[in-house]
Design a protein around this ligand. Structure first.
Ligand SMILES: [Zn+2]
Length: 174
C-alpha cells in the first residue's frame, strides 16, 4: 500500500466508526486532495486488496470493513505501533473528545477487562493508580511525539504508556 492508500483507509475506517457509513468518493478526494477518479481508483485497489468490502448495491457509502481480527492474537508491540500510528492518545482521560473506534475497547491493563470509552487506554481506577509523575511524563512525551511526528518519539511515548499499564497491573494485585 502507498501512503495514499494508508491515509484513505484510515479515513474510511474512522468515518465508518464515527457516523456508521463510509465517506463518498468526493469526501475521500477532498481529504486526500486528489480527484474523485483517483479516489475511486484507490478504493477499488483497497477492495481488491481485501482491506475493504463492498456490500449490497455497491453505491456510494456502501463500503464496509472486513471482520476485525482477534486482537488477543496480535503481539503487544504490533498493537502499540498501530495505536501510535493512528495517534490514539490518553488525552481523552482528561478531555471530552473521545477518539472513534470500530470496536468496544477495554482497559489496556492486562486482565482488567473494564470497558473504557473510545480513545481511553485505561479505566479510571488504573489510570489514577499510576504515579502522578509518570502520568505527567506520558503527557509530556505525547506532546513531543505529536509535534515531531518522529517514530523514535512516538515509541518513547508508547513505551511510557505501556510501562504505566504494567505498573497499574502490579498495583491491582497488591
Ligand atoms: Zn483497568
Amino acid at each position: 500500500m502507498t501512503p495514499h492508500h494508508v491515509v484513505a483507509l484510515d479515513y474510511i475506517r474512522e468515518r465508518i466508526a464515527e457516523i456508521g457509513c463510509a465517506p463518498t468518493l468526493d469526501e475521500i478526494g477532498a481529504r486526500l486532495t486528489i480527484s474523485k477518479t483517483n479516489a475511486h481508483r484507490i478504493v477499488e485497489l483497497l477492495i481488491a486488496d481485501g482491506k475493504l468490502l463492498r456490500r449490497g448495491t455497491g453505491r456510494n457509502r456502501d463500503l464496509a470493513l472486513p471482520d476485525l481480527p482477534d486482537l488477543v492474537a496480535i503481539p503487544t508491540a504490533a498493537l502499540r505501533r498501530e495505536l501510535a500510528r493512528r495517534g490514539v492518545t490518553l488525552e481523552a482521560l482528561h478531555r471530552e473528545r473521545p477518539i472513534a473506534s470500530a470496536y468496544a475497547p477495554t482497559c489496556a491493563v492486562p486482565r482488567c477487562g473494564e470497558p473504557v470509552e473510545s480513545g481511553h487506554l485505561m479505566c479510571r481506577d488504573h489510570w489514577y493508580s499510576v504515579d502522578r509523575d509518570h502520568r505527567n511524563e506520558i503527557f509530556r512525551l505525547h506532546g513531543i511525539a505529536k509535534r515531531s511526528r518522529l517514530t523514535a518519539d512516538s515509541n518513547a511515548y508508547s513505551d511510557a504508556v505501556w510501562r504505566a499499564a504494567t505498573q497499574a497491573a502490579e498495583r491491582g494485585r497488591q
